[in-house]
Design a protein. Structure first.
Length: 551
């Protein structure tokens, strides 16, 4: 532990020893079970005054007593905070406010929010080193702007504050800032100068002018978040991590830039484009045009593909529901040129480093598609290394799908050569992404360009649509579909069709032994026996390798 703390100090990472002699949420807690139950036994739990979602179950508390046993289980079992956030969003809550002396959960909430596709505000109250009335008033203002009802009469009582009349004309949603202000923002002006709403002038600029303005804008907001005296003092090429960003400040930067540009910016975009210039370049291609959005299909129609799919899953008919997705996938266009298809494979960079082979994470080809599971890997690595996500083509509206697996893998190989290079790499696959990673490893071996290793996390083999495990999986996915609200990844109908095509392509795939060292990680807690014995598990013989250590 001492060596770990010293190493963190050398790397500029904030770390401290916690004065506790057990590891929470692990088997070590069982040593103090009797003590916890005995000490808390005298407490008599009352019914909650406010409803709340349990971090132990991820669901609304409904009748379970908050006795000693509940709090012990909360200390021993896994914290399901992502499910808490998902439950709140699914039930219509659109302001997530962490009340604390310093936010530690805002980053996690923001990532879950981005993965869901829902629109909501993630807010905090006080911050480390900012615990005074100014910070508290700012928190109230942020909550007010997000739609929270604030009793301002109580806040300003005795201060002499008073209401003022608004201008007697109707707002026309036009900017009235003097033109010289924005060009100076972040370049020569004071960091932190805010602007009223998205900059609608960006669309009218030439590509080069737009990029230059966005560089100044991003630079200024970076300076404001990190409290630089002037935006022009922010280095253009240093990564946000090197500049001192952490999860909370990254969320604030994301919120600022999204509000200033109107771009549907996600937290992972800040990680994928980790310098001022790279993020500005990305934003330049994403700035929405005036009146953009176009006509959209009403996916809530009772007879739409999405509605019928969700209804089939909810009624316990996963075979019929997946049949709709399969048919939609068969009717989608296919690509037939590998060179052009390589550009359809999404390659995104989550972190930069030189700690060994690049990690290439295969995004699961399921709907709603997300790489959220991989975004937690970069901060957990012992030393920085290149971490990439590889998105399956066809999940974006209007984009063609692979006609067969060899075409998919050749497109992915060419895309990796272009973006990641031909150096050492490790393929990582989580859930259905494990199909892609494992099958792609087989393809690379045949092409005499084997991966250094394959890491499979909770992988399951493609199974019949009538399989109970597949049915439960589809029910969980359907719950997330309700949170999906379009965005850069494509409509729900488009994603369901893409998922149907990939499920069909992998119907007959079976993993064969390969020479590439393979590390298979499974959940420590198994499914109940009633479900497990009917599920189709990965045979050890299919995953067996020469047992060399996977780096």
């Amino acid at each position: 532990m001492t060596e770990l703390l010293e190493e963190c100090g050398k790397r500029g990472l904030r770390a401290r020893r916690v004065p506790v002699d057990y590891a929470s949420h692990s088997a070590h807690v069982e040593r103090i079970r009797d003590t916890v139950l005995r000490e808390l036994a005298p407490l008599v739990p009352a019914d909650p005054v406010l409803p709340f979602v349990s971090g132990r179950t991820g669901r609304w508390l409904d009748g379970e007593p908050l006795d000693a046993g509940y709090w012990y289980r909360g200390l021993r079992e896994t914290v399901r905070f992502d499910e808490v956030t998902t439950t709140l969003l699914r039930d219509g809550h659109r302001v997530l406010l962490e009340v604390s002396s310093h936010p530690v959960l805002a980053g996690a909430m923001r990532e879950t929010l981005d993965a869901s596709g829902a629109t909501a505000s993630v807010l905090g109250t006080l911050q480390r080193g900012e615990g005074g009335p100014d910070r508290f008033l700012r928190a109230l203002a942020e909550a007010h702007v997000a739609g929270v009802e604030v009793d301002w009469q109580v806040v300003f009582e005795g201060s002499g504050a008073r209401r003022v009349d608004l201008p007697p004309y109707r707002f026309q949603r036009d900017r009235y800032w003097l033109d010289p202000i924005l060009p100076e923002f972040g370049d020569g002006g004071t960091a932190g100068e805010d602007h009223a709403g998205p900059d609608t002038d960006l669309v009218a600029l030439s590509p080069e002018e737009r990029r230059e303005r966005l560089v100044r804008l991003v630079r200024g907001h970076v300076g404001a978040v990190l409290k630089y005296p002037r935006g022009r003092e922010v280095p253009l090429d240093d990564t946000f991590r090197d500049l001192g960003f952490e999860s909370l400040t990254a969320v604030e930067l994301r919120n600022r830039i999204a509000g200033a540009t109107g771009v549907d910016l996600q937290l992972t975009d800040v990680l994928n484009y980790p310098t001022v210039e790279e993020l500005a370049e990305f934003l330049s291609d994403e700035v929405p045009e005036n009146g953009s959005g176009g006509a959209t299909t009403d996916e809530s129609d009772s007879d739409s593909l999405v509605s019928l799919y969700l209804r089939g899953v909810e009624q316990g008919r996963p075979h019929d529901a997946m049949g709709l997705a399969r048919m939609a996938g068969l009717l989608r266009a296919s690509f037939d040129d590998w060179t052009d298809a390589a550009s359809l494979v999404g390659i995104s960079r989550l972190s930069v480093g030189s700690g060994g082979p690049a990690l290439v994470c295969a995004v699961p080809p399921v709907s709603p598609i997300t790489d959220a599971a991989y975004s937690f890997i970069a901060p957990a690595m012992q030393r920085p290394r290149d971490l990439w996500t590889m998105w399956p083509p066809g999940f974006t509206d209007g984009r063609p799908l692979p006609p067969d697996l060899p075409s998919l893998f050749e497109a992915q190989r060419r895309a990796l050569d272009e973006h990641v290079g031909t150096g050492p790499l490790v393929l990582v696959g989580y859930s259905a992404g494990g199909w892609v990673a494992r099958a792609f490893a087989e393809y690379l071996e045949v092409r005499n360009r084997p991966a250094d290793a394959v890491v499979l996390v909770d992988i399951y083999l493609p199974a019949s649509d009538r399989n109970e495990v597949r049915g439960r999986f589809m029910q969980e996915q359907a719950g997330r579909q309700e949170l999906f609200a379009g965005g850069k990844t494509g409509s729900m109908a488009s994603q369901l069709g893409a998922m149907g095509r990939y499920v069909t392509l992998f119907d007959t795939w079976e993993p064969v032994p390969i020479r590439t060292p393979t590390l298979h990680l499974r959940a420590a807690e198994s499914l109940p026996p009633a479900v497990l014995h009917r599920g189709r598990t990965v045979p050890d013989r299919a995953l067996r390798t020469d047992r060399r250590s996977a780096r």
